[in-house]
Write a protein that binds this ligand. Sequence first.
Ligand SMILES: C[S@@+](CC[C@H](N)C(=O)[O-])C[C@H]1O[C@@H](n2cnc3c(N)ncnc32)[C@H](O)[C@@H]1O
Length: 351
Amino acid sequence: MPCSANSSRGGCECQWEGTAERRGLTLAIPPAVRRKLASPMGDPYSLFDPDDYRREPDPEPDGEATTPELAVLAKLDRDKTLVKGSDERPARQVCLHSLDKAHIARYYADIVGKGMKRAYGGPLAWVELFAGPGMLKVKDLGTFMPGSPIEAVKIDSPFTHYVFADADPRCVKALQARLDETKVDATVHPVIEGDANSAAVHDAILEAIPRNALLVLYADPAALDFKFSTIEFFAERYEHLDLLINLPVPGFVRALRAGHEGKASGVLNHPAPAEIIGPTSGKAGTSLRDWFERQLRVLRYEHFESEVIRQHEKRVPLYDLMIASRSEKATKFFREALLRGRDGQTRLNLF
Ligand SMILES: C[S@@+](CC[C@H](N)C(=O)[O-])C[C@H]1O[C@@H](n2cnc3c(N)ncnc32)[C@H](O)[C@@H]1O
């Protein structure tokens, strides 16, 4: 059955009901909570990307986290979305809306690669901190497609440098194998296993990417995991740093309304982020976006553009895919990427 937000068997946010039973767990779920979880959209304002709830069993565990911290991060993701890929390696299960994000990211990479290789003159670097395993399974279609790192290296005019990192050792191993199988005319750094916000990962990227590079940093976390301190770290060291960010605005609103400020605080760079939206504001999302932009402006970011990624059936907003840059060119490229349909053809804005 195709994934539908109306279905409690859909496998993304809406597949909570029944999961405990399927796994043989005896969780007592109160009727009110059960109703809510089984509601048409599950919980559209969940803290997490709805892709994060999987139905299929994990593929064979084939890697061990090297530190207790990484084990925690890896387990978080392992318990959610990894399924067996078409090549038997782990793949990330996603819903249709993730394709919208994937297409924009790929076209953005393609346009920057073509537009800036000659125009910029220096090194051109693509870095992903939440890289995933390199393959997506589109649950709604039952098909497989390359993950964002593979898409990024396969563009017609590749960047000169690529760095990918992920906290889950199984994603690291699978992505490395898939990259090894992909012919790329560029320097592809060995995939880094580590927390995107850790000094170890930051230092490895500094070592791999020359400071004069035009660096596109793509951060596609599944939860509130991309800390503002990480943005600061790179923004202070790379003058030409463009940020392509999955910003889970509804997730923030939901978390803050529920009194969970901890993770949001680190991402939004605010000691008490509930203050940003106030107790009753009807424009909580707008306030959050404004706040986040203001934080970036402090780092001399002046150009912003974003696209709201929506759940397909009900068109409920799930997260923003945003670009932030010190150069106007990046937002122009992003708008060009938005104009391309899924088939890669540019749509003419006739009206
Ligand atoms: C949404 S997926 C990325 C999907 C990828 N953009 C794609 O399209 O193929 C997020 C990834 O972040 C990883 N992750 C979660 N927390 C992390 C952290 N703190 N640091 C690095 N990676 C993390 C997960 O293991 C997961 O593979």
